[in-house]
Write a protein that binds this ligand. Structure first.
Ligand code: GUN
Ligand code: FE
Length: 419
């Protein structure tokens, strides 16, 4: 049993934060046992690790990130999606054919995600299985929670980053097979998006999804161009998400759709029917997509939403940054579409970043009893002589903090260092 003292904060729902100032959290076998405002008799004499006024919060979940684009972060930001992919991203990703190129980039990515408090992530690699394996092993070695996808692309893709349909399916099945016994890191099917996948590939990936009980991650209705192109290529499908439904890719595990900015009514139907996640990547939206997810409206339609960094369209790790970006963008959306949109607050954004995103990985993302104690301690936020409430400290951390404010990290109940 371990006991930690500090100001404890987690999400109960999109509308409610639970806050226990000057309290104790008891952790047993890596799981939360309970939170106490004073130490109960049963813990008398036990050692307490004292974080003082440190804010103890759940670690973050990033439900959409391209680890292979970590090397691109903050450069090539002058183009929109289709041109950005063709000019910068596809050529860069082609280098992952070489394991020597992939290894240091994946190493740097994993170190950086831990540094910024992301302990759970749903990750795209590239089409190259052997380098995807390198990332997979690094995540396992660190004891993180992740869904990792070898990307599929067999259509309308440059020759230097394109597979044959057979090759794509064969490599994917090997990837699923090799990782069928993993614990907290699991494989996920990752067709890049409808514009770069043939019908045959998607429908046969659906069969693999059923055989291996594996979920799917991709991009849908992320830009007007992408939404129109997907419908042009699959004219018999009712919506972008219906393509994946018809292919048999939904309902085999988690279904995680990045962006979800321009949904049709049919997209809403599919998301509701299969409990899919729509991943809001506000920073990426600013950089290469130029649309804004209607978070509030989608929540009213009972769509599950989480946050993503979408590196390299987004530029940094740190889902706390995405909380601030999501709030800022929701204001712009409300300003331009007052009938449609509503501003979200820090309580809602933090919920998306922790409890909502964490639910994909199991009992992750809150400090309710039985949840895994994956936690961060946030400090150095207040100005001298200006004490702030826990909620204010959380908000300032999201807007103005960085990894230097994360003074301790706990993974599975144990402290972990950054290196
Ligand atoms: N759509 C297809 N591929 C990508 C990608 O790499 N990043 C983003 N943001 N959107 C995509
Ligand atoms: Fe993406």
């Amino acid at each position: 049993m371990e006991l930690y003292h500090g100001d404890i904060l987690y999400s109960e729902s999109s509308k409610k934060l639970k806050i226990f100032e000057n309290s104790y959290i008891a952790v047993e076998n890596g799981k939360v046992e309970g939170i106490y405002t004073s130490l109960p008799e049963k813990f008398a004499g036990a050692d307490v690790i004292d974080h003082g006024r440190g804010l103890i919060i759940p670690a973050f979940s990033d439900l959409h990130v391209h680890a292979s684009q970590f090397i691109q972060r903050g450069i090539g930001m002058d183009l929109l999606l289709n041109d950005w992919l063709n000019t910068y991203t596809f050529p860069q990703e082609s280098h992952f054919a070489e394991e020597e190129y992939a290894e240091p980039i994946y190493e740097a990515y994993v170190r950086d995600m831990i540094r910024h408090g992301t302990f759970h992530a749903s990750i795209f690699t590239t089409i190259h299985r052997s380098s995807a394996d390198i990332l997979y092993k690094k995540l396992e070695e660190k004891g993180l929670w992740a869904l990792v996808g070898k990307v599929n692309m067999d259509f309308q893709s440059p020759s230097y980053l394109c597979e044959t349909t057979e090759e794509s399916l064969r490599e994917t099945e090997i990837f699923l097979d090799e990782h069928s016994n993993s614990s907290t890191v699991k494989p996920i099917l990752t067709p890049r998006f409808a514009p770069t996948c043939s019908r045959e590939l998607l429908w046969r990936l659906g069969k693999l999804g059923k055989k291996y009980r594996t979920g799917v991650q991709t991009h849908i209705v992320e830009s007007r161009w992408e939404a129109a192109e997907s419908c042009r290529l699959f004219p018999d499908c009712r919506s972008d998400s219906n393509i994946y439904e018809e292919a048999g890719l939904l309902g085999n595990g988690p279904s995680i759709f990045a962006h979800f900015i321009f949904p049709t009514e049919d997209d809403i139907r599919v998301m509701n029917e299969y409990g899919c996640f729509a991943v809001h990547c506000p920073e990426a939206t600013n950089n290469v997509i130029a649309g804004i997810m209607g978070v509030h409206k989608l929540q009213e339609q009972d769509i599950h939403i989480a946050l993503g960094s979408d590196i390299g369209a987004g530029v940094k790790n740190g889902i706390y940054r995405q909380c601030a970006a999501a709030i800022k963008l929701s204001k712009l959306k409300e300003f331009y579409e007052p009938e449609e949109a509503k501003t979200i607050d820090i309580t809602n954004a933090f919920f998306l970043a922790t409890k909502a995103g964490g639910s994909v990985f199991g009992k992750i993302g809150t400090f309710e009893p039985g949840y895994i104690f994956n936690a961060l301690v946030i400090d150095g936020i207040e100005d001298e002589n200006h004490p702030m409430s826990p909620e204010q400290r959380l908000e300032r951390f999201c807007y103005a903090g960085d990894d230097r404010n994360i003074v301790s990290r706990y993974l599975n109940g144990k402290p972990i260092a950054v290196d």
